[in-house]
Design a binder for this molecule. Structure first.
Ligand code: GRF
Length: 197
């Protein structure tokens, strides 16, 4: 790697399907040649996260930092920041990373940390977004890629995709329809943002 390589560090807690879509896009579209960017590592706060095996199968190094081993949120975030920064990342990608982040951690990565949220922000910040969209009678739902700021799910919007809410949808069927779009827009939004970094 040259000094100029734009390292991407992905944080996960679970299945890692968005992580997988991002790694595949980076590999198949030759981001290393095109953008000088590569996925340097995947870090999980959950030792059992399914996405760890997927990352390894795709040839990306993984690390686990179990939050349960820390006495406070800030102690965990300090350790996580050190682990991330060892990779000298241009961009930190949250991909189903189920942690509330401390303001200092967020500030440290200002403008270079992105998230994907399964709603059409600013509607439905927080959890259970699909059920809430169904309950509200929305005709459309979707996903949003945004910069991470201290205000949860409120950072600058980088990309969105909408899908219909269909009669008879459950949270699960709607989530599956949204997830297909997440896998398309997240890598492309990241690619576009990387060009500006
Ligand atoms: C996705 O729905 C994403 O929008 C949300 O968490 C979920 C992660 O799924 N932030 P996966 O781990 O990428 O499969």
């Amino acid at each position: 790697m040259t000094e100029k390589t734009k390292n991407i560090v992905i944080l996960i807690s679970g299945a890692g399907s968005n992580m997988g879509a991002l790694i595949r896009a980076a590999q198949q579209e030759h981001w290393e040649v095109l953008l000088g960017a590569r996925v340097a590592a995947v870090i999980s706060n959950q030792p059992g996260a399914e996405g760890l095996a997927l990352a390894q199968a795709l040839g990306v190094a993984t690390q686990v930092l179990d939050h349960k081993g820390f006495e406070s949120r800030s102690a965990f975030d300090t350790a996580l920041q050190a682990l991330i920064d060892a990779h000298q990342p241009a961009l930190v990608v949250l991909a189903g990373f189920m942690r509330i982040l401390t303001p200092g951690f967020v500030a440290h990565y200002a403008g270079r940390m992105v998230n994907i949220h399964p709603s059409l922000l600013p509607a439905f910040t927080g959890l259970k977004t699909h059920q809430r969209a169904i309950d509200a009678g929305c005709l459309e739902a979707g996903a949003t890629v945004h910069l991470v700021t201290a205000d949860l799910d409120h950072g600058q919007i980088l990309a969105q995709a909408a899908v219909p809410v269909l009669p008879g949808d459950s949270a699960e069927t709607l989530a599956a329809r949204v997830l297909v779009q997440e896998h398309l827009i997240y890598p492309q939004a990241i690619k576009a943002w990387l060009k500006l970094l």
